[in-house]
Design a protein around this ligand. Structure first.
Ligand SMILES: C[S@@+](CC[C@H](N)C(=O)[O-])C[C@H]1O[C@@H](n2cnc3c(N)ncnc32)[C@H](O)[C@@H]1O
Length: 454
């Protein structure tokens, strides 16, 4: 699709001599990338090359992943374009922290943050549109994340519920998407001369809520995938003016990577704006991005509201016994604090530690889904197969042989002479869990979810 004339004129004017290489890069090929999941037991993919690391992403590599591969299906890799991988590196979440990803679907940055946190602390990941939040929740599951709350809420409701709560907040804002023109030409059809200004106004509204969610001394990262100064430097200049409790922090641009400073000259000449980062396709192998990192002053005034802890649900004595027996027989290596369980219908979730109360916010996933009560038994959830390390399961069966892999992922039962006891078996491929089967009379009955079979 051809670039709009008004877009061409705008960037000729802004970029001057640089506009030639910029427009040439927009006609060039799209750079592909993926990340390795540090939460998985075995981290060496067998069908992907790790020869070309992405300089600005600790777990990132150039290359293309098939959505049907063992690596993708087991959550060992997440397919994500190279520039997008810089954003979570700037957030730099630490194990044990409370981290919020406010506009998170489909989950590229959230899964990267989960990898940084290594299962410790709380990752609250939110998407306003429910349908997109479901995709986010599936990606969190596939990645094997145990400490994430997945919600679908407006940012203003989260700001009311969790004021001054988070150590780090990421707003990867809905933007005009100019940086994705090459990857997703449909984005060009949404564009008009006024679109960046309209998107900037929406981002300012979301930011007004985001600033309330950061605790004093905490970090706010704002990112876009657009070149538009209205949504980038100008939005940050206006944020600094509106919220004097926030100051810009310098971003490490990774010497030699091609990542460059923000452009103060496009937003009132505040030198400070050089601390922000731009990723241009003419400067590096990736799409267009902008990132700003801010800190709320440690002495900023705090909300008087206290955030309550989410109450756990009590199980009946019979249910507790069913669950304990299940854990002992199926996942003896998993330690479960029975005081941190919540129920959503028949499903039982293990909450992250110190999880705040959900209030009226719509929750799709509340930590690790262990499984569900069925009449007189407890059945493991698919999420559990992806989140545990294979050596935590009592019984494991590898489906690496291509015909067995194809049969399992297609939903078929497998026949085996393996020495297995009657009960649930963790199926693994490439060294990582992929789903459950139930062993009965020499047959592995398939528990791979119907909606995921291929
Ligand atoms: C750039 S995308 C997020 C991409 C995601 N961070 C990732 O890495 O996979 C922005 C998201 O913001 C959501 N969004 C749209 N309007 C919003 C609003 N008013 N408040 C919060 N999020 C919104 C979009 O649905 C979209 O999923």
């Amino acid at each position: 699709m051809a670039l709009p004339d008004a877009f061409i004129a705008k960037y000729q004017d802004l970029l001057g001599n640089e506009s030639g290489p910029f427009f040439a890069a927009l006609k060039g090929p799209v750079d592909k990338g993926f990340r390795i999941n540090p939460l998985k037991a075995k981290q060496k993919p067998s069908s992907l090359s790790l020869d070309e690391p992405i300089p600005w992403s600790k777990q990132g590599y150039f290359g293309q992943v098939s959505g049907k591969s063992i690596e993708h299906t087991t959550g060992l890799v997440y397919s994500q374009e190279p520039s997008a991988q810089f954003v979570a590196e700037v957030v730099a979440a630490k194990p044990g922290e409370k981290v919020l990803d406010l506009a998170a679907a489909p989950g590229g940055k959230s899964t990267q943050l989960a990898g940084q946190m290594m299962g410790q602390g709380l990752l609250w990941t939110n998407e306003i549109f429910f349908g997109r939040a479901k995709v986010l929740s599936e990606n969190i599951e596939r990645f094997g994340v145990q400490n994430a709350i997945v919600s679908s809420a407006d940012s203003k409701d989260l700001a009311k519920l969790l004021p001054d709560f988070f150590d780090r907040v990421l707003l990867d804002t809905p933007c005009s998407g100019e940086g994705m023109f090459r990857k997703d030409p449909d984005a060009i059809s949404y564009w008009s001369e006024d679109y960046p200004r309209e998107c900037a106004e929406r981002s300012e509204e979301i930011l007004a809520n985001a600033v309330q969610l950061v605790k004093p001394g905490g970090i706010l990262v704002y990112s876009t995938c657009t070149f538009a100064p209205e949504e980038d430097e100008q939005t940050i200049a206006s944020l600094l003016e509106r919220y004097p409790d926030f100051e810009l922090l310098a971003i490490d641009k990774v010497a030699g990577s091609g990542i460059t400073d923000g452009r103060p000259e496009w937003a009132g000449n505040q030198e400070e704006l050089k601390k922000t980062a731009r990723l241009w396709p003419q400067d590096l192998p990736g799409e267009g991005h902008f990132v700003a990192k801010l800190q709320k002053k440690a002495d900023a005034e705090k909300s008087t509201k206290t955030v309550k802890e989410q109450k756990a649900d009590h199980l009946s004595a019979d249910e507790e016994k069913l669950l304990q027996d299940f854990l002992k027989e199926t996942v003896p290596g998993l330690s479960v604090d029975l005081n941190r369980l919540v129920r959503f219908g028949d499903r039982v979730f293990l909450l992250p530690k110190d999880c705040p109360a959900f209030g009226k916010v719509k929750i799709l996933r509340a930590g690790l889904c262990l499984g569900s009560f069925k009449k007189k038994r407890f059945e493991p959830d698919h999420a559990l197969a992806l989140a545990i390390q294979p050596d935590q399961a009592a019984q494991v069966f590898a489906v690496d042989e291509p015909s067995e892999w194809a049969a399992y992922i297609h939903g078929e039962a497998l026949t085996t002479k393996a020495d297995l006891q009657k009960g649930f078996v963790l199926m693994k491929a490439g060294g990582n869990g992929v789903g459950w089967a139930k062993f009965v009379n020499g047959q592995l009955k398939n528990f791979y979810p119907k909606g995921l079979r291929h």
